[in-house]
Design a binder for this molecule. Structure first.
Ligand SMILES: Nc1nc2c(ncn2[C@@H]2O[C@H](COP(=O)(O)OP(=O)(O)OP(=O)(O)O)[C@@H](O)[C@H]2O)c(=O)[nH]1
Ligand SMILES: [Mg+2]
Length: 201
């Protein structure tokens, strides 16, 4: 299958997901894009959050995967459309087409892979090139914190970078689970809803 065909299929799939009628009439529909280098754990984190599952085998995401998850935040019903993008270089040209209409973004790196941390400014620049609105919040997650003995990035270092770029920082383990994972999505949702409610949207 060519990259172009794959792009068309993925866009149609995303379109259906995005514009399907919300099941609950007063439900907010928010699209959150997960980005970051290949194999940092984007798919694993989303699967842990949405399904409570984890697998050790690595199947690179091809183009994009879309998952939905219903949550309640401050008495608001929210349907999250979780856009799990492919970090592998091969999908670089295709990826930005999935940023359109994003309500929020999650940038991920692996705490045991310094290059994935060093790439964060590039990921941020790619996202902001397509979604420049400062009101679209971004969270930063250092994943694989269970591999503590292999850690290459300190919490302080990551916090400093996050503050520089106005991101909220979390450390996670998709393998172990934990409340930080839910906090990421609830935190981003809360920031989006605050902006919507301030602007009466
Ligand atoms: N120990 C540990 N391994 C993890 C964790 N999260 C993911 N992994 C493993 O890391 C590998 C890559 O995980 P994925 O979730 O597929 O990574 P990805 O970021 O989606 O990769 P791409 O789709 O290629 O962009 C898999 O073997 C996972 O089992 C974690 O928190 N701890
Ligand atoms: Mg993936």
């Amino acid at each position: 299958m060519t990259c172009e065909n794959l792009s068309k299929i993925c866009r149609r799939w995303e379109f259906n997901q995005l514009f399907g009628e919300p099941k609950v009439p007063d439900e907010y529909l928010l699209k959150i894009c997960a980005i970051g280098s290949g194999s940092v754990g984007k798919t694993s984190l989303i699967r842990r959050f949405a399904e409570g599952k984890f697998t050790t085998n690595y199947l690179p995401t091809l183009g994009v995967d879309i998952t939905t998850k219903q949550i309640q935040v401050d008495n608001n019903n929210v349907k999250l459309i979780l856009v799990d993008t492919a970090g592998q270089e091969f999908f670089g040209k295709l990826r930005p087409s999935y940023y359109r209409g994003a309500s929020a973004c999650l940038i991920m790196f692996a705490l045991n892979e310094k290059p994935s941390f060093e790439a964060i400014p590039d990921w941020l620049a790619e996202f902001r090139k397509h979604i420049p609105e400062a009101s679209v919040p971004i969270a930063l997650a250092g994943n694989k914190k269970d591999l503590e003995e292999q850690r290459q990035i300190s919490t302080d270092e990551a916090n400093t970078l996050a503050t520089t770029y106005n991101m909220t920082y979390y450390e996670t383990s998709a393998k172990l689970g934990g409340e930080e994972i839910e906090e990421i999505f609830v935190g981003l949702t809360r920031r989006v809803l605050q902006t919507k409610q301030q602007n009466n949207i």
